[in-house]
Design a protein around this ligand. Sequence first.
Ligand code: GDP
Length: 396
Amino acid sequence: MSRRTKMIEKIKELMYQPKFIRNIGIVAHIDHGKTTLSDNLLAGAGMISEELAGDARSLDFDEQESARGITIDAASVSMVHKFDNNDYLINLIDTPGHVDFGGDVTRAMRAVDGAVVVVCAVEGIMPQTETVFRQALKENVRPVLFINKVDRLINELKLEPEELQNRFLKIIAEANKLIKGMAPEDKKDEWKVDVTDGSVAFGSAYHNWAINIPIMQKSGINFKDIIDYCDNENQKELAQKVPITEVLLGMVVEHLPSPLVSQAYRVPTIWDGDIETEEGQAMIHTDSEGPLAVMVTNVSIDKHAGEIATGRVYGGTIEKGSEVFLVGSHAKARAQQVGVFFGAERVNTDKVPAGNIVAITGAKGAIAGETICDASKKIKEFEGIEHISEPVVTVA
Ligand code: GDP
């Protein structure tokens, strides 16, 4: 069996175990490193298709080169990551990077349970960082923090270990102030990011390394060592010791919730139907046997397959060839193909159960924001998405 076939088999196995799924978004102020991070995570997880990577034995560097920009147009990319001897399926859903698309960011937030908020260490928390925090927290999406471009603090600003730490503490304190102010009432304390428990990491997306306090303790690498690696232009070795993919995906698995955990508290916020109904209970429990409930987050056109609707399955299972109902458009459609993602590639399958991200071919007329259910079991629509945009800045 080729590596690709094995990986696809693994994804198809994991999609039935929501405990081992993480649906996440990466969000950031423009230029803080969202694209670089997404591309390098995908390359590091070995999810670049063989055609793109040359062949499976190609050097890491070539993989990274091939990865550049690959996540930009993808509605979703998926990775398999091993953590504590278990494999996890990590679906990274695209969240548009520009504030003009504030509505799209919110829509994408609806498909995820957790967010990696990227903050540039040089600029710190910026207005759009605040906006993305607000968008995530309003949708009950739990955040973790990645402080990026730490190499620049060392190589350009020449900060000493203590100054580095102070800079991080300031960013963390500001992030926690936002979380405290905007998180759901019962999550304000639980969702605070904490440098000691590893829900904050710092590193360089560009140079492919990241670290957090628990990993510093395990690896014996301290701030002084990091400064030396950067000063000596030896970040490549640092990237081998503390690869960004390991650290960041480890943080995602450990600190961001699975659909099983998150749907229980998220569904009442995003769907105002009756939770006691069969469909309500299926969504609360991520039950793949219950009535179908899909929320579409992105529609794109594929040269060969036509319209592809990507969305989150909250309840039930969507099956290839089944007749579905588009609640908002009051129209029936046939799900000609259903698929999941392998890296940035769509892979068709027979069924996609609750807790996953699905790509549906044939849902003609579906638009982002649409609710899809069984043709024979109509359900209430997901709640309308409120547009959250940038605070208005008046220039005198
Ligand atoms: P996005 O707008 O958030 O997607 O940001 P990009 O990923 O496109 O990054 C913006 C710029 O910052 C690009 O020129 C990247 O090469 C650069 N960049 C990203 N991460 C790092 C980093 O860790 N260190 C340095 N020095 N540059 C970085």
